[in-house]
Structures are given as structure tokens and as C-alpha cells.
Design a protein around this ligand. Structure first.
Ligand code: BTN
Length: 323
């Protein structure tokens, strides 16, 4: 993303056209670089109307993250934020920062990730201005082995926040994707750092689609949805703060009591509860059965007809199959 891009976008509004000349004067650059920034934004999926003689206007309202506002709201909770226009991946940045001593509950957010990472080595794509990408550092007194079920607790926290924002149909898919009616709304990538036996640190990376889900559905060939489709237009700062507040609360709860206190709630919002599912292991092994909730460690329980299997591995994919 060119350095000028966000500066230009932040000057554009949905309500009125801004001339290329006016933007260039304001940003102390040439009209050609304004034009280039608009073309780049359009190529990244930001819908902009361009009219000869009138200039540019956003086709739909966009809210940009406001570092000062976020930092002061988070500061009141004792959390700190680093907001970037662009990062390779907020998880990569925070993992590095965690190893260099980042404080407990530090947050890294970016308007744009050049190499957003998903689970199982996949890429994570977000829309510029239409998604949220952030990572939260949780330093735990528990060793890494005591964090089983953490990712499911994170899924519950996201569902709590999203339902609170009006996405009433938000559900979890094991272990922690958030879906609405089978379409993906959010994904979580948790990476651990620190001593395996001593206190551990988890970098909890969250990607949420806020708008433009239909565009992502076309690009990825998978059902994708967004917050706006279910809760109407919301300020992304408000969404981020709501998500972080629920995550923070849930992580404190997890720290004290572990996964068992989340188990009933996780099962109540399980998208595939009692449905026939297929499990694909990284080893190549696959099997199907009825999803019967999770055990006290957060392993998915699958009734194969010949017994109950406990699926622990993060390398599991879950897909519905025709019965
Ligand atoms: C998945 O569904 O596979 C997990 C997606 C996680 C994406 C988020 S976006 C913020 C953080 N930084 C990353 O590179 N990945 C996570």
C-alpha cells in the first residue's frame, strides 16, 4: 500500500465530492499521486465514485480507526494500543514485541495487513476499511499446557461481543471461527510464546469482516459475511472496543477458572451442534460423525456411531457433509 493511500482515503467522505486539486493541495502532493492513490484503493476493493469535474466520493461510508480515541479508552482499562496503517501481520508484530517485553494486554491493530495469516498456514484476507485485524497479548500464569480450551473461550468472547453489537445469529464453529448461518464472520489465530513449563504468553489474533462480505465471498469462493449485514453500519472503533472489552473479561475469567466455566455457553452457541460433520486431520485421516459438543479441555466430541472421539488437534477442519 503506498504511503499516500490512507491519507487520501481519510479525506474522502460519503456525503460529498472532493476535488483532486483540493486533495492534492491539502496533502501537499501532486494530483497524479491523488489519482494513483484512488486507483490503488479501488483495486483493493474500496468503492469510490470518480466524476470528471467533481472529484472523488466514497460509494459507502467508511470509518477509520482513531488511535488516540482507542488508546485513551483502552488506557482506562489498563490496556495499551499500537495502531499502524500497515503491517505484515499484527500477530507477527506482537509476537516479536512480546519477546522484547511487551506488556500484558498490549494490543496491536493495523488498517491493512500485507501478509495476514490464518490457521493451518492459510492466508487471511481483509478488506481495506471493511475489516478489523488486531492482536492481543495475554501473559498467563498458566503454563502452555494449562491453556487448553483458551481458543474456545476466545470464540465465546467474540460471540458475546458480536451479539451485544446486534449480530444476534453469531455462532462458533470449532474451535473458534465465528459464523452466521454458515458464513464466516471472524477468525482467530492464537500463537504461544514463552516457556512451555513456566508462565506462558498467548498472542491472540482476530480478524473480523465489518463490511464487504459479498466481495470476499466472490474472491474466496466461500461463504463470508460481515457485521454490517447483520447489525447495520457501525463505527469500527466501537466494534474494536466492544471486542476487546469482552476478550479482556473472558481472558480474566479463563485465567481464574479455565475452560470449564465456558463450556455450557460454548455448546449453546455451537453452529454444528448435533449435526453430521466431517473431520479432516492434518495426517490425512478423515472421518465423520455427529458433533456432540466439547469436553472439559475443549476437544470436540464426535460420535462416530462406534464410539465417541475427542478431537484435540488444532489441525482439524470441520465441514458439514450431506447425511
Ligand atoms: C483463521 O480463520 O484462519 C484465522 C484468521 C486470523 C486472522 C487474524 S487478523 C489479525 C491477526 N494477524 C494475522 O496475521 N492473523 C490474525
Amino acid at each position: 500500500m503506498s504511503p499516500r493511500l490512507l491519507a487520501v482515503l481519510r479525506q474522502l467522505s460519503h456525503a460529498e465530492f472532493r476535488s483532486g486539486q483540493g486533495l492534492a493541495a491539502q496533502l501537499a502532493c501532486s494530483r497524479a499521486s491523488v489519482h494513483g492513490a484512488v486507483a490503488e484503493a479501488q483495486a483493493l476493493g474500496v468503492p469510490i465514485h470518480a466524476l470528471r469535474g467533481r472529484g472523488y466520493r466514497l460509494a459507502a461510508p467508511l470509518s477509520w480507526l482513531d488511535g488516540e480515541k482507542l488508546d485513551s479508552a483502552l488506557g482506562r482499562r489498563g490496556m495499551s494500543l499500537r495502531l499502524f496503517d500497515e503491517q505484515e501481520s499484527t500477530n507477527t508484530t506482537l509476537m516479536r514485541w512480546a519477546q522484547a517485553g511487551a506488556p500484558h494486554r498490549a494490543v496491536v491493530a493495523a488498517e491493512w495487513q500485507t501478509r495476514g495469516r490464518g490457521r493451518r498456514g492459510r492466508d487471511w484476507l481483509g478488506g481495506l476499511g471493511g475489516s478489523l485485524a488486531f492482536s492481543l497479548l495475554w501473559r498467563s500464569t498458566r503454563p502452555a499446557s494449562g491453556l487448553s480450551g483458551l481458543s474456545l473461550a476466545v470464540g465465546v468472547a467474540l460471540v458475546r461481543a458480536l451479539r451485544g453489537l446486534g449480530v444476534s445469529g453469531a455462532q462458533v464453529k470449532w474451535p473458534n471461527d465465528v459464523l452466521v448461518a454458515e458464513a464466516k464472520l471472524a477468525g482467530v489465530l492464537i500463537e504461544l510464546t514463552g516457556d512451555v513449563l513456566g508462565p506462558s504468553a498467548a498472542v491472540i489474533g482476530v480478524g473480523i469482516n465489518v463490511a464487504g462480505g459479498a466481495l470476499l465471498t466472490d474472491r474466496l469462493g466461500l461463504p463470508v459475511t460481515d457485521v454490517q449485514a447483520h447489525a447495520g453500519p457501525l463505527d469500527r472503533n466501537q466494534i474494536l472496543l466492544a471486542l476487546l472489552a469482552e476478550l479482556d473479561g473472558a481472558l480474566h475469567q479463563f485465567e481464574q477458572e479455565g475452560f470449564p466455566v465456558f463450556r455450557t455457553e460454548w455448546q449453546a452457541c455451537h453452529a454444528h451442534r448435533d449435526q453430521r460433520v466431517r473431520i479432516d486431520m492434518a495426517s490425512g485421516e478423515g472421518f465423520s460423525g455427529l458433533a456432540r459438543g466439547v469436553d472439559e479441555q475443549g476437544a470436540l466430541l464426535v460420535d462416530t456411531g462406534t464410539g465417541m472421539r475427542h478431537v484435540h488437534s488444532g489441525e482439524v477442519s470441520l465441514r458439514r457433509v450431506a447425511s
